[in-house]
Design a protein around this ligand. Structure first.
Ligand code: 8ID
Ligand code: ZN
Ligand code: ZN
Length: 353
């Protein structure tokens, strides 16, 4: 039975406190065409949630807001027509892209996140830091039988994002890929996709916990960006011929990481931009970019299809998030830890705690 109220983490203003409180649960009768009501059990906490809470970005979220966009749960009610996409009882995920029109130029070209009418969970719509959420049924991701809801949660943003970004990088087995922010939520999954696809990983991050995590996941080299005297040189030397990696995936929310990556890439190399430090600029010298045949690509989450593919891979256990499980009530402390860079891998919240 669906309760009248449920717990949610709400913030009223950017930079303000996150309050865990009871909010009214939407009623099945109130669902609009194409909507589903999802009983969420777990949610991941993404660096993006932290940016949104603190108001780091040049774009603004709705307020008050329930954040969160890595939610895993079960469909409990359907609005008119939503049964074309999901059934009651289905295990589903709520990802960052909450809705898109599927009809505009971007949608037609397979760039759903760039839809003219894109809606984002935990940004323009209330997200997954709550026990019940309304979602556009067509954008729910089916969770495969072999994957627990807990394991599925971080796949819905961190994992699908790096899966999509690395496909865009078009690297082939044997090549080197540097991952900046390798010990974080996105980065530690990127290491696994690289290893899975036969790439050799140069991991860049900081601290003993992250070093251990990166190495245990198969990174050949770990470079601590806070300890090294010459990061660019260290990364280049980590590649057998010293010419630098063929690709760099920047998953760190740091402008400095972008500058480093442009300096150590091998000729013909590609920088895939994923981390979102608010207000940062990528300064690439035209002369160096042209003469070194460098490529720069942004990569923004993924499509419904990419989410399905990422969940399928997770179900095979070839790529799995490493996370600590905490309760919804721990969210304020999680943001504190994130700010201090204390989280290796991901945090997943049990929404009943
Ligand atoms: O679609 C997208 N492009 C997308 C999707 C999801 C998340 C982008 N993001 C963005 C987030 O908004 C955030 O800016 O990716 C970034 C990373 O998200 P996350 O992995 O969820 O955050 P994290 O777990 O805090 O990991 C970040 C790591 O970067 C390291 C930190 O130590 C941490 O481990 N790091 C930093 I900060 N500066 C670094 C530097 N200069 C660095 N690592 C290497 N060099
Ligand atoms: Zn569209
Ligand atoms: Zn995210």
């Amino acid at each position: 039975t669906i309760p009248t109220h449920h717990s949610a983490a709400v913030f009223e203003q950017h930079g303000g406190p996150v309050e865990i409180k009871m909010v009214a649960t939407p009623t099945p009768r109130g669902l609009k065409p194409g909507e589903a009501l999802v009983r969420l059990i777990y949610t991941g906490v993404c660096g993006t949630d932290h940016h949104v809470l603190r108001g780091h970005w040049p774009i603004e979220s709705k307020l008050p807001l329930v954040g969160g966009h890595e939610g895993a749960g079960v469909v409990v009610a359907l609005g008119p027509g939503a049964d074309a996409f999901v059934d009651i009882g289905d295990r589903v995920g709520i990802k960052w892209l909450a809705d898109s029109c599927l009809a505009c130029d971007s949608c037609r070209r397979g760039l759903e996140p760039n839809c003219d009418k894109a809606e984002c969970s935990g940004f323009s719509r209330d997200g997954t830091f709550q026990q019940y959420a309304v979602a556009a049924a067509k954008h729910l991701s089916p969770i495969p039988a072999g994957l627990s809801l807990k394991d599925a949660a971080p796949i819905l943003c961190a994992d699908v994002t790096v899966y999509t970004a690395l496909r865009r990088a078009d690297l082939v087995p044997g090549q080197f890929c540097a991952i900046l922010g390798a010990g974080g939520g996105l980065g530690h999954l990127a290491i696994q996709y690289c290893v899975y696809s036969g790439l050799r990983v140069v991991a860049v991050d900081t601290g003993e916990d992250k070093r251990q995590l990166c190495q245990s996941l198969g990174a050949e080299t770990f470079i601590d960006f806070r300890q090294t005297k010459d990061l660019v040189d260290d990364v280049k030397r980590a590649t057998t011929d010293g010419k630098g990696p063929h690709g760099a995936l920047v998953a760190a929310s740091s402008g400095a990481a972008y500058e480093d990556a442009l300096k150590f890439l091998r000729p013909g190399g590609i920088l895939v931009a994923v981390g979102l430090p608010g207000g940062a600029v990528i300064r690439a010298g035209v002369f160096d970019t042209v003469l070194n045949n460098l490529r720069l690509a942004g990569s923004y989450v993924g499509t419904r299809q990419e989410a399905i593919e990422a969940l399928e891979i997770a179900a095979t256990a070839k790529v799995r998030a490493r996370y600590r499980v905490l309760g919804l009530s721990d969210l304020p402390a999680v943001f504190e830890d994130m700010e201090q860079g204390r989280i290796a891998g991901r945090v997943v919240l049990d929404l009943d705690k």
